[in-house]
Write a protein that binds this ligand. Sequence first.
Ligand code: FE2
Length: 373
Amino acid sequence: MATATLPQAQPKDTFPINGTDYIEFYCGNAKQAAHFYRTAFGFRWAAYRGPETGVRDRASYLLEQGKVRFVLTSPLGPEGPIAEHIHRHGDGVKDLAFWVDDVREAWRKAVDRGAKSAAEPHIRTDEHGEIVTAAIHTYGETIHSLVERRNYRGLFMPGFVAVEPRYNPVPVGLQYVDHCVGNVELGKMNEWVKFYETVLGFYNLLSFDDKTISTEYSALMSKVMSNGNGRIKFPINEPAAGRKKSQIEEYLDFYRGPGVQHIAMATDDIVGTVAALRDRGIDFLRVPGSYYDTVLDRVGKIDEDLGPLRDLGILIDRDDEGYLLQVFTKPVEDRPTLFYEIIQRKGAKSFGAGNFKALFEALEREQALRGNL
Ligand code: FE2
């Protein structure tokens, strides 16, 4: 069963992080990916960086919705780390960036505690002030940039210019990043748990063993790490032995290593958000209709009518503090790698463990269709 390892007493915050600053994706064609995220997910294109703004080797699109900030970046040639990243991993998440007060201090502390540096502190300026950034490595080729904004008054960062596009699809109600999940290799979960604990001052909020998260075929283990102020939550998954290939192994095979598996974005109207996403062409995982015949016996009374939840395939789970509603998209690339979760929390602080079985069986049906189970 899920066990809350440190439910009340959180240790002192030894690595203060204000929150997620942005999530950067490396993708083969950022211009077209930006169109997808705007059209289908309702993001607003806010700023651009590329040859027209004096940046020679890449083009980047800053997209925003609520507090969610995505940067989509493509290389402008076949050489260099961005092109190599895409060649190996396909489109995927490169950077889960943290907003901190003092980058030099944070980077020094992280490196002293054993983090591998990906970029030393670096100042960039424009007419709006200065930004300080640095970066450290985490699992696979993923990094955490550290971003200091206290002396910057501009929209995002030097190099980016604001855009005012004529095409502005209506937002779908996404508000903030609830959690970002990483998949790591068999036997590596606890190593990364320790990294987040010792280097970044995170603590283990919840753990799921392979008995909680198993189906007839495959299993996985997961530990949810939270930063000191609770604004950043990173569940870390590793595959566990099962009769067939775990969904985590499928991810690792196609991403060619560890990486970000899904990003959960919060809404306060999941029915409205998911209906809009579905109308705009986003495909969601479906559990069998029979799930809804018994779900209220498990979770008790909820505010929502069951009909629309059933129609949209939205799942329900409850913990001691309340309940949550959640649904998962199918992968958003041709490789079965990154997907999204849409979540609405009504008190619950957990991650939907009661849905894992139904959900993973749905995932395995998709995996079997791809010939990877
Ligand atoms: Fe999740």
